[in-house]
Ligand binder design. Structure first.
Ligand code: NAD
Length: 319
């Protein structure tokens, strides 16, 4: 199989690439190494996770139609994992048009490519943020997602609508994965776990929004990788699927586990809720479970792995 991963230098993309290469697939990556966060982390992911392995890296932008055309016309692609996006709720409020360009137009150009150069399966990243302030727990794929509360969430919902349209009109097998708060080694510096660990290790205070009254189905990266590949292996579109951990954890409990693993007490700066953020995300994962997938990593183990990676990557000695 020749699999194209967009956002292949990203947190999720690089780990999926590693797994696919290890099992013998041919992998091509697209990434523009933008500076939403330090691009050297993206380059290091590739050299550390994929070093010494065979893959093709196309450095460029998914908004560039000629760039995509060249990739698709050079070598037939069997399947696509489309992850390239501007991710991040808060920054989407500051730069909504950039989010629209990358997440909506970029996705549409890829769908156009899949229309012209047929693929066996096109799997793309959506997000739990499409559920907005849904109060029905757990969040199920059949719940209404017509009320996103950030530009980011609205672009992800738009992606799902476009995917549905292309599947209907052109018979492209498409599956959208609603990822729920992914964490783990090589994670994104803009996400809570990363900033919490960094600040706690540097004896700085951490901002705790909604005074910690938030909860998430945190999902460990390896579980995300196994779930995404399980879906990718299907030869048919599966619609929309939640992919999340099976335990609801409060933010305060999450911080406690970080404290245990760093051996330091957090200095908590309690703040009100941030615009665009949702207080609770809980996934109904029965649809993906029916394919035989199960999340296996609890936060105790996942946070331990993250802290270990963080200390070694940033060379932070134990005190
Ligand atoms: N990490 C999470 O908790 C989470 C949750 C829900 C959904 N998602 C979605 O999963 C996908 C991957 O997320 P991630 O956490 O790995 O983020 P990430 O930012 O680490 O990865 C995205 C990658 O896409 C690349 N990219 C961005 N714009 C591009 C463009 N115009 N052209 C080419 N490449 C571009 C970036 O350089 C980056 O390497 C995203 O679509 C994100 O919205 C992630």
């Amino acid at each position: 199989m020749h699999i194209l991963i967009t956002g292949g230098a990203g947190f999720i993309g690089s780990k999926i690439a590693q797994e696919l290469i290890n099992r013998g697939d041919e992998v091509s990556l697209i990434d523009n190494f933008n500076d939403y966060y330090d691009p050297s982390l993206k380059r290091d992911r590739i050299s550390n996770l994929l070093g010494g392995k065979k893959y093709i890296l196309y450095e460029g932008d998914i908004r560039d139609e000629l760039f995509l055309e060249k990739i698709f016309s050079t070598k037939p692609i069997d399947k696509i994992v489309h992850l390239a996006a501007m991710a991040g709720v808060r920054s989407s409020i500051e730069k909504p048009l950039l989010y629209e360009e990358v997440n909506v137009r970029g996705t549409m150009l890829l769908l156009e490519m899949a229309k012209k150069y047929p693929v066996k399966h096109f799997v793309y990243a959506s997000s739990s943020s499409v559920y907005g302030n849904n109060t029905k727990i757990p969040f199920s794929e059949t719940d209404s997602v017509d009320h996103p509360i950030s530009p980011y969430a609205a672009t992800k919902k738009a992606t799902e609508l476009l995917a549905h349209t292309y599947e209907y009109l052109y018979n492209i097998p498409l599956t959208g994965l609603r990822y729920f708060t992914v964490y783990g080694p090589w994670g994104r510096p803009d996400m809570a776990l990363f900033t919490f660990v960094k600040h706690i290790l540097e004896n700085k205070s951490i901002d705790v929004y909604n005074e910690g009254r938030m909860s998430r189905n945190f999902t460990y990266i390896d579980d995300i990788v196994s779930g995404t590949i399980r879906v990718l292996d299907a030869e048919t579109g599966l619609g929309i699927m939640n992919i999340g951990g099976d335990r609801e954890e409060t933010l305060l409990r999450f911080i406690e586990v970080i404290e245990k693993n760093t051996g330091k007490k957090a200095i908590k700066n309690m703040l009100p809720m941030q615009p665009g953020d949702v207080p609770q995300t809980v996934a109904d994962i029965s649809k993906l479970r029916a394919l035989g997938w199960e999340p296996t990593t609890r936060i105790e183990e996942g946070i331990r792995s993250f802290v270990k990676w963080y200390r070694s990557y940033y060379k932070v000695e134990k005190e």
